[in-house]
Ligand binder design. Structure first.
Ligand code: FAD
Length: 307
């Protein structure tokens, strides 16, 4: 981003722009170099204005939600980083909740549970924001967010608002297909009413406990590195390939779950990326399996990382 472009964005959206923001403060693995221009739109209207402006400036951008499945690089990020964390809308329409992209997934689960609306409870314990969850199709063994989706609201590059139907997103396991550059601003999620709120909360708590016992939730990490290949577990494959506990500088494959990589405190993104690559090689050499990355690694051009 040229200095002149940054000045123009700052001038037009001064209340939303911060400069040289360390992305390590915004990712759960606590890694990432500074974003030269970090934009937190205060409203959907302001996001529309931002995307119109960036289009006229012919400027790329990246999107960061809760930063819980993301590995930015160590170097400064030159294109604007858009963080929709202030889009916190909430509405109830019968058994549907209309939720802003910036709402944390845990707040959404807690609120739905408290209202006696079942369905969100299966997402207990998954970090990040509703927007990120809709992009990643976050979920686990009891269900995924796509099961709840009715409509997803996005703003497209250039600032056009659009309502997408569930079918438009072609949801699959940890997969969605958004138009390139679309910023999710909210969604209508359909839940099921239950009279037994106590049982709903108990089940949500049980799922949370089960998850916490199986995954390293206390360390700095970004969840799973890889998707599970059909009928297989990426963690088990990596375990069998001897990757558990493997370290590179300040980064280490978790000793609890071999599909997790941890920042022990002093890691660099490069060291984490080295371990990801080592796991890919090990799965290929040992089993002939090409693992598909779940984590989004910000390498190369911003255009490759719109989603
Ligand atoms: C301890 C731990 C446990 C986890 N367990 C699970 C689990 O059980 N199941 C699971 O599915 N995941 C799990 N994850 C991974 C992660 O929490 C999910 O993928 C989550 O949904 C990511 O949401 P986020 O807001 O953090 O997205 P980010 O990590 O910020 O972004 C992920 C991708 O979505 C894009 N994006 C984010 N927000 C938007 C938006 N509003 N509009 C357009 N694009 C956007 C980003 O550009 C990026 O490409 C875990 C992570 C951790 C750290």
């Amino acid at each position: 981003m040229a200095t002149r472009q940054l000045e123009i964005v700052k001038e037009r959206l001064s209340d939303a722009v911060s400069e040289n923001v360390p992305l390590s403060d915004w990712t759960t693995i606590r890694l990432g170099g500074p974003a030269r221009c970090f934009v937190q739109p205060q409203s959907v209207e302001q996001l529309v204005e931002l995307l119109q402006l960036l289009a006229t400036l012919d400027c790329d951008y990246r999107i960061l939600g809760g930063g819980s499945n993301l590995l930015p690089g160590d170097d400064p990020v030159e294109v604007p980083v858009i963080h929709p964390g202030n889009l916190l809308q909430w509405d109830r329409d019968d058994d549907c909740l209309r939720v802003g992209a910036g709402v944390s997934l845990s707040a959404f689960v807690a609120r739905a549970n408290a209202l006696g609306l079942a369905g969100a409870h299966v997402l207990a314990g998954i970090p990040g924001q509703v927007g990120g969850a809709l992009v990643m199709n976050a979920g686990g063994r009891y269900g995924e967010i796509a099961d709840l989706v009715r409509q997803v609201s996005v703003v497209l590059p250039g600032g056009t608002r659009r309502e997408l139907e569930k079918a438009d997103l072609r949801y699959a396991y940890r997969h969605s297909e958004l138009p390139p550059g679309a910023v999710v601003v909210g969604a209508t999620l359909a839940l099921r009413r239950t009279d037994d709120i106590v049982a709903l909360k108990r089940e949500s708590g049980r799922i949370l406990k089960e998850k916490n016992a199986a995954q390293p939730t206390a360390s700095w990490n970004f969840g799973c590195m890889f998707k599970n290949p059909p009928e297989l577990s990426a963690g088990r494959l990596l375990d069998q390939a001897g990757m558990r506990g493997l370290a590179c500088g300040g980064a280490r494959i978790s000793t609890l779950h071999a599909n997790f990589v941890e920042n022990l405190g002093q890691a660099t993104a490069r060291e984490v990326a080295t371990l990801i690559e080592a796991c890919e090689r090990a799965a290929l050499d040992r089993f002939g399996i090409t693992l598909e990355r779940e984590v989004r690694v910000w390498e190369g051009s911003a255009k490759d990382h719109y989603r």
